[in-house]
Design a protein around this ligand. Structure first.
Ligand code: SF4
Length: 76
């Protein structure tokens, strides 16, 4: 099952833990002081993403499980 990463910038205090733990997935957002952005979540495995979520001091990062809809043929 795929996961989607959501960063709540209002909760983020700019601690940078996400960037330290997964620098290929998170980076500082240009022009937005001490706010991270998701660069590419596919560069790290799901366990690392869960570690980042657990380590964020303000629970600003949420993983949302994405259920990939199966394209069932409707009719034939
Ligand atoms: S770990 Fe959490 S508080 Fe720290 S920069 Fe990342 S999102 Fe913000």
């Amino acid at each position: 099952m795929a996961v989607r990463v959501i960063i709540d910038r209002r909760r983020c205090i700019g601690a940078g833990t996400c960037i330290v733990l997964a620098p290929s997935a998170f980076q500082w957002r240009k022009g937005d002081f001490l706010k991270p952005e998701l660069v590419d979540a596919t560069t790290v495995d799901e366990d690392t993403l869960r570690e980042v979520v657990a380590a964020c001091p303000t629970q600003a990062i949420v993983l949302e499980e994405v259920i990939e809809a199966m394209q069932a043929g409707a009719g034939g």
